[in-house]
Design a protein. Sequence first.
Length: 222
Amino acid sequence: MINMILISPPSAGKGTQSKMLSEKFKIPHISTGSILREEINKKTELGTKIKDTIERGILLDDKTIFEILHSRLMKEDCKNGYVLDGFPRTLKQAKLYDEFLKETKENIKYVFYLSIDKNIAYERLKGRLICSNCQATYNELIEEVKPIVNDVCNECGSNLIKRVDDNYEVFIKRFELFLTEIEPLKNYYKEKGILYEIEGSEKVMDTFSKIVQIINCGDLSD
Ligand code: AMP
């Protein structure tokens, strides 16, 4: 079982790294942000309720996001592990998740924290695109993660669009909000001895190699 968490400020590359890790270790990539955007796209009851919160860059309340995640983690494809992208965002979420792990007799061995300077993150954000259908992420300014055909998703051929929360005002708000929540969360995982800080502003493959090296040095047996 390989469970891992990726935490980072907005636009530090956790979506890209999570997807690559998911492919390498053949485990699902679970992005709470993507789940929520999908609900909005499908105009479900939940999607309608949360649309404004997401567009303003505010966090959903801990109980709601945990319920959404919980039902995803109970699916069959998660039984051999998963990459958690964007959860937990608060200490309360981390504790709710720990209760879940206790109940299911699982554990988490790797929490990767990708750090990045705010200005570099904003520069990256300018090129970020997502698939309007399958939520795959791209960056037209980064060679390694550019779409093969401009504005077209490599995976499903749908149009690529900008995220509604990828504008300067919302980015700044999300970045600052992230910094206020992150210290207690980092300390929580540091005390458990499972936090690994990685510089997120390097080349995509360099960051990826560092993460994989840490995992390969560990014991993946349980
Ligand atoms: P992301 O795709 O991770 O950048 O998340 C996009 C948005 O979804 C965030 O700005 C929040 O509004 C919401 N969201 C995603 N994950 C969480 C979470 N763990 N807790 C609360 N809100 C979240």
